[in-house]
Design a protein around this ligand. Structure first.
Ligand SMILES: [Zn+2]
Length: 222
């Protein structure tokens, strides 16, 4: 009930399309991508029993996850990392991998990713985009140049983009610049957030955010 109030647009665990699945773990969604050779997770959720149940419901096995791409290292995004023993783990180059080092299993490796680096995992090309603001090392990822996973950079309300929890951002100006960067990307068909479900990409999703920031800039102008 509380999670419905806090995060009414979260996706239930299930397939989004034939390549992407959502898992709901309390107040957060994370995503599983079917790659040609294995599964790729964008974040991990935070409660092992719930995440294991999610995989089971989807008919998937956690040991088939070949890569985990972390948007950032907050507990609700990264805590279930140990469930994926065979995974290459990608974290933002400006993040602090020692924060997760203790939870790694012997088969896992941590690889920092910088902005605009494309990595091929399980035969799937995923581009990393640094989006500092929520945390200094926050990352977004885009798969097949059309599915954009935003982590906690932004939230969606009725299909429109807003900064995610701006009062909670470590750097609010950097967060705005990061959203501007995502807004400028062309060809994005779907946005996948961690706490407010998914929506269509494109200019209409960002139009309200542009309008809001323009108003704010007007207000601070002398
Ligand atoms: Zn966070």
């Amino acid at each position: 009930m509380i999670r419905k109030l806090l995060c009414p647009d979260l996706l239930d665990t299930g397939p989004v399309n034939d390549r992407i699945m959502a898992v709901r773990d309390g107040v957060v969604n994370f995503y599983i991508l079917k790659a040609p050779a294995g599964l790729v997770c964008i974040d991990t959720g935070w409660r092992p029993a719930c995440v294991s149940r999610g995989f089971e419901a989807l008919g998937l096995r956690t040991q088939d996850v070949v890569a985990v791409m972390l948007t950032h290292l907050h507990w609700d995004h990264a805590r279930c990392l140990p469930l994926f023993p065979a995974a290459r783990v990608f974290v933002g180059a400006c993040d602090e991998p020692t924060l997760i080092a203790r939870g790694l299993t012997p088969g896992q490796t941590v690889e920092p990713v910088g902005s605009d680096r494309t990595v091929t995992v399980g035969g799937l090309a995923v581009r990393a985009i640094n989006t500092p603001g929520h945390t200094p090392g926050s990352m977004a990822y885009i798969a097949e140049d059309k599915s954009l996973f935003t982590g906690d950079a932004l939230s969606l309300k009725r299909g429109r983009v807003f900064p995610f929890a701006p009062w909670f951002a470590t750097d609010r100006k950097a967060l705005d610049r990061s959203i501007r960067k995502l807004a400028a990307m062309r060809g994005v068909e779907c946005l996948f957030t961690a706490h407010s479900g998914m929506g269509q990409g494109g200019e209409s999703a960002f139009a309200h955010w542009h309008a809001t920031t323009d108003v704010l800039q007007e207000e601070v102008r002398p």
